[in-house]
Design a protein. Sequence first.
Length: 320
Amino acid sequence: MKMKFSEKLTKAMERNKKEENYPDIHKMTDGYTHGATFHADDVFATAFIQKINPDIQIHRVFRIPEELPETALVYDIGKGTFDHHQTDNEIRPNGVPYAAFGKLFRAYGSELGLTKKSLDEIEKNFVEPIDEADNGGKTNPLTFMIGSFNPNWNEESNYDAKFFEAVEVAKLCLDKEIERVKAVEQATNIVMEATSKMENGVVVLDQYAPQDALQDVPEAKFVVFPSNRGGYNIQTVPTKEDPMKGRVPFPEEWLGNPNQSLGMTFCHPGNFMASADTLENAINIANIAVEKGLEREAEVDSQSNDELETDIDEEETSLD
């Protein structure tokens, strides 16, 4: 009798909790994976292995040799630690099954020297979609592109040569993803350090850096930073619900009509960014926007209270 999905998930999650005694990847001399048609999973698994251990020799085979040295690493074939074709394959808590790339990344991701937060981001946004596609889930442009390296029906079937071409491309993609999360991590450090000097909800940066980290700082309203066009930009901190809607908007009369008396050189009609000629003016503009925002909130609260009192009076009148 087949197990229900929930039972299979529970069993797989229990296996996830078991501590694996992974071999030292730096001591591995040979890697074995399957031959013929390849997919993003085995291609990225190979790229990842070679990034950590550039000297490992990769062999594409149809059957695992009966006698393997202790320095051999087998993946995506053989139903071992780094394969996923067994019926009791491990499944993530969110329901996405592991593939070879995911299992290798879980075992050796720490070798990349990244923080846990960065590793989790790569796992979620990069590794997991590749695993999902290889386990029969939805594909994505990256997995489709890697698959296109397989020989066409009317080409000479040199699968191994095409496989290693794809691996080189995968290495570039993996390197760029690692660079991206490192940059995000650096930006987070810069922005969070700047929040320690924040005044009146205005964060001032010495240089531009992505400001996603401010989503976790509810007091932040505006960010001021040097513009690559000269002068300074004033940018709203968006709400979590709508990235184009600021926690505190600029006054309506500024939109598309910058207040030049304040040193303002531009104010986007979309109400998310303005520019000023100097740092001092940029900070002043942000502070004025914050104050006007507080005034608008007070007016809305007062109006809501008046409407509530009117509703109560009407209800009491109807009861009389």
